[in-house]
Every structure is written in structure tokens, then in C-alpha cells.
Design a protein around this ligand. Structure first.
Ligand code: ADP
Length: 155
């Protein structure tokens, strides 16, 4: 069984993430969307909220699982016996950043990183921009799956 880990912050899940996961499902038997917990980062959404957004968005897709992890992504892959990491690429900046991480990960563990190019319609979407739109009371609903909705306390 081919399983891939799709790691990220998902603060919050966007249509860009959604597109990569949906397409990943056609390549792998199981996609584990893994929310990395970094104690030094300030998130807009709690871990529980981020997890619920992903679970709800893929409630009808049994091949998608959600997990949370601390520490190195490759260590978590080894722990749960996953051989592939899935990542999305939007632009040259993503490529340079992801290249360094993928090479480093390969030095650390026998895990292949598989990249999917963003779809044209979601290529400009980033969680950081979604958070900015939310903070400034803009219409963020076009950028995220239907179930990703904000409580006023998140602003
Ligand atoms: P990180 O904090 O690791 O960057 P993110 O939650 O921002 O986590 O992103 C997780 C993954 O989703 C990354 O591989 C990122 O490149 C990809 N991604 C984010 N937005 C998009 C998008 N609009 N199109 C394609 N891939 C995307």
C-alpha cells in the first residue's frame, strides 16, 4: 500500500491544499495530512480547529487521514511507516525552499518527496494571505473549502 504524508501548518486549510490532497488521492492509497506542531509559532487557529477543518473537508474521502506530530517530519514518517512525503509547488520560491528540505530529508531517511504542481486556479492562494484577509474582514470564503469558517475570536 502506497501511503504519503502531506505535512504543513494548515493555518487554515485552503483550496490550494485541498487541490493537492484531492489529486494526491489519485496517486496514493492513503494520504495522511499531518499538522506539524511548532511551539515557537503563533497560529491563528488552534490545533483542534485546524484538525477539524481538514477532517470535515474530507469527511467523504476515506483515503484521507489527519494526524498531528512534533519534531522532524521524516521521524514521524518512519514512526508510522510512510515512505513518501507529498508537497505542493506554487512558484520558484517554493521550489528552492522545497528542494533544500527534500535533499535534507533524503540525507536523514530513505523517504522520497513527491511534488505536485499547483493548479492554475489555486496557485496564488497561501494560508498567510487568507489570515490577512480574515484579520482585515475581507471575504476569505472564496479561498478556503466551505467548512472552513471563522469564529470572531480568531480575528
Ligand atoms: P508550511 O508551513 O509547511 O509551508 P503550509 O500549510 O503553508 O505549510 O503548506 C503545506 C503544503 O501545501 C506545502 O507543500 C505547500 O507548498 C502546499 N501549498 C500551500 N498552498 C498551496 C497552493 N495554493 N497550491 C499548491 N500547494 C500549496
Amino acid at each position: 500500500m502506497k501511503r504519503a504524508l502531506f505535512p504543513g501548518s494548515f493555518d487554515p486549510l485552503t483550496l490550494g491544499h485541498y487541490d493537492i490532497i484531492k489529486r494526491g488521492v489519485t496517486l496514493f492509497d492513503e494520504i495522511i495530512v499531518a499538522i506539524g506542531v511548532n511551539a515557537d509559532k503563533n497560529y491563528m487557529f488552534t490545533l483542534e480547529e485546524r484538525k477539524k477543518f481538514i477532517e470535515a473537508a474530507f469527511a467523504d474521502e476515506p483515503k484521507v487521514k489527519v494526524a498531528t506530530y512534533k519534531g522532524l517530519t521524516v521521524d514521524f514518517c518512519m514512526e508510522i511507516g510512510v515512505n513518501f512525503i507529498l508537497r505542493g509547488l506554487r512558484n520558484p520560491a517554493d521550489f528552492e525552499f522545497e528542494k533544500a528540505i527534500a535533499h535534507t530529508n533524503r540525507d536523514l531517511a530513505p523517504i522520497e518527496t513527491v511534488f505536485l504542481l499547483t493548479s492554475a486556479s489555486t496557485s496564488y492562494i497561501a494560508s498567510s494571505i487568507v489570515r490577512d484577509v480574515i484579520r482585515n474582514n475581507g471575504d476569505y470564503t472564496k479561498l478556503v473549502p466551505n467548512n472552513v469558517r471563522v469564529k470572531t475570536t480568531n480575528k
